[in-house]
Ligand binder design. Structure first.
Ligand code: MG
Length: 160
């Protein structure tokens, strides 16, 4: 059996009046992500971790902002496509551990739904996906509510 580890990181600015989508779940909030896609920083970090584990590049390269194809796209489509590439290489997910940095709102009430949603897209059990959140104690752009960032780590394995 072979193992590969990957990490991913993403940031999106937050502005008033935009939809806020995180982990594939729409979160009611006065602000939302500024992005070419739906701006789901959590999923983007997760995609980059999956792709990075197998040195397949990153989502910016595979799904370029210059293409109208990806304008406003549901990031779950990018996640399913990233995972399809992982499976095609003969690997499956062992687990994913994700940390979201966000001053507000609290995302704890949405974590279960996010994990269920991601587990569906990654064809895995919910207990293979961990989502944690922290504020930055009001420091920096996250602390001022100007942006959201996310880190993801994944472990992949071959079947034998
Ligand atoms: Mg992004």
């Amino acid at each position: 059996m072979e193992y590969r580890i990957g990490n991913g990181y993403d940031v999106h600015p937050l502005e008033d009046g935009l939809p806020f989508v995180l982990g594939g779940v729409r979160i009611p909030f006065r602000k939302g992500s500024v992005a070419h896609s739906d701006g789901d920083a959590l999923i983007h970090a997760l995609c980059d971790a999956l792709l990075g584990a197998l040195a397949l590049g990153d989502i910016g390269r595979l799904f370029p902002e210059s293409s109208d194809l990806y304008k406003g796209i549901d990031s779950r489509i990018l996640l399913r496509e990233s995972y399809r590439m992982v499976v095609q290489k003969g690997y499956t997910l062992c687990n994913a551990d994700i940390t979201v940095l966000l001053q507000e709102p609290k995302i704890f009430p949405y974590e279960e739904r996010m994990r269920t949603t991601l587990a569906k897209d990654l064809q895995c059990r919910k207990d293979m996906i961990s989502i944690k959140a922290t504020t930055t104690e009001k420091l920096g752009y996250v602390g001022r509510g100007e942006g959201v960032s996310a880190y993801a780590t994944v472990l992949l394995k071959t079947k034998e």
